[in-house]
Design a protein around this ligand. Structure first.
Ligand code: FDA
Length: 391
């Protein structure tokens, strides 16, 4: 069949692009290989979809080309998406730091996008796999398990590699390479980190315990919760820093981010000279962690026995706990994929390939990755909108 636009991938970016192009009167086909569209939207935000972040700025994104995301984000803002959500009477609330979630279920966001696509005359084919893509005389031919389609514009919206069980594939990267694009190395982001050796032995049985920390790596820092797991560390603070972590790099974790630990200890020494360090620390940290840190790292004796220099050193250790992760939990549990199609070869205003006319890349398949907190969906909406306006 003949279309104006074929979009491969019926996820967040693909559906937004389809809607916008359909509203412009374009004949649009979305090809989705899973049995339903938007599976990642459905599982996102614990089933409530953190669909945007009102504080979105280009600084919330990682990319080899940090300027690339600016244009699309400026032209389709969180307010635009919120407008759509309100038009569909979907209840939402702000959790923290500008993160907006549905009141009831992520299903409402998928239903909204599919309704918008239907109203815009978009055709959506699910359980449909692409077998081959060729380009002849300026037209793309897309051979699928349900027949061959032709279109002047082809949009690659296949997402990243995380959660393969939900339909994630590397197909978008294959298409990019087929048409001469550079694909930057990919790795799992927003992912729990694993520990090994003494760190795992020492902290594994604290699994389930969480505390607020400030974690630093490679110039980035995030203040949020750290959660001990049976294989390592997780929680929002660790997921955020995981996108900046590379094998071999160490993390520095401030266990008392709200205070100068040395000052805290000196104050306690004056007030509780007979108390042991482990007891004093148990007032500032979860008791089991305080106990463990003293047993395996800091030692413990009555506060009066510490010299000022010793307390200063222990304080510095608590404000910068060094930790070397052994790896990540990988794409199985990662929320996003870092790296992807090199943005230097794509127009930042239209998402069109600079190499092949009529070929577009949107969403996570591109080398643009957001922080945790609704930024990745905002990128999917904004990049889908940018392409949808021109395809
Ligand atoms: P997306 O993955 O949404 O869509 C790609 C589509 O292409 C899928 O439907 C897939 O099946 C299809 N596809 C793949 N290969 C294909 C092929 N060969 N042929 C046809 N179709 C193909 N972000 C956020 O901002 N807030 C949040 O709350 C969360 N929560 C969250 C939880 C979990 C568990 C995960 C894994 C991820 C998140 N994210 C998130 C990230 C967010 O889901 C992600 O960044 C966006 O869905 C990316 O949108 P895309 O449209 O690019 O890909």
């Amino acid at each position: 069949m003949e279309w104006d636009v074929v979009i491969i991938g019926g996820g967040a970016a693909g559906l937004m692009c389809a809607r916008v192009a359909g509203l412009r009167g374009r004949r649009v086909l979305v090809v989705e290989h899973a049995n339903r569209c938007g599976k990642k939207i459905l599982m996102s935000g614990g089933g409530r979809c953190n669909f945007t972040n009102t504080g979105t700025t280009p600084g919330n994104f990682l990319s080899a080309n940090p300027h690339f995301c600016k244009s699309a984000l400026a032209r389709f803002t969180p307010t635009h998406f919120i407008g759509l959500v309100e038009q569909h009477r979907i209840g939402y609330h702000e959790k923290e730091l500008g993160q907006l979630f549905c009141d009831d279920s992520s299903k409402r966001i998928v239903a909204m996008l599919l309704q918008e696509c239907a109203d815009a005359g978009v055709t959506v084919e699910t359980s449909c796999s692409v077998e081959r893509i060729t380009q002849e005389q300026g037209h793309f031919r897309v051979a699928t398990t349900r027949g061959t389609h032709a279109a002047a514009s082809l949009v690659v919206a296949t997402g990243g590699l995380s959660i393969p069980s939900m339909g994630a594939t590397g197909f978008g990267y294959e298409i990019a390479r087929q048409f001469g694009h550079t694909v930057l190395a990919t790795r799992a982001g927003l992912v729990p980190l694993t520990l090994s050796g003494k760190h795992l032995d020492h902290y594994q049985d604290l699994s389930g315990l969480s505390l607020p920390v400030e974690v630093h790596c490679d110039g980035a820092r995030f203040r949020n919760q750290l959660l001990f797991t049976h294989r390592g560390i997780s929680g929002p603070g660790i997921l955020q820093i995981s996108s900046y972590w590379q094998p071999g790099k160490d993390l520095s974790i401030d266990l008392l981010p709200a205070e100068d630990a040395a000052e805290f200890l000196a104050g306690r020494q004056a007030r509780q000279p007979a108390s042991e360090l482990r007891t004093v620390l148990g007032d500032a940290l979860p008791k089991r962690l305080a106990q463990r840190l003293c047993d395996v790292w800091l030692g413990s004796k009555p506060m009066r026995q510490y010299r000022p220099a010793e307390l200063r050193q222990i304080g510095a250790q608590l404000n910068a706990w060094p930790m070397v992760p052994s790896g990540t939990e990988g794409y199985r549990t990662a929320e996003v994929t870092l790296g992807g199609v090199d943005t230097n070869e794509v127009s930042s205003s239209t998402m069109e390939s600079r190499r092949v006319r009529g070929l577009y890349f949107i969403g996570e398949v591109l080398d643009v990755t957001g922080h945790l907190g609704g930024y990745n969906f905002q990128w999917a909406w904004a990049s889908g909108h940018a392409a949808g306006n021109v395809v």
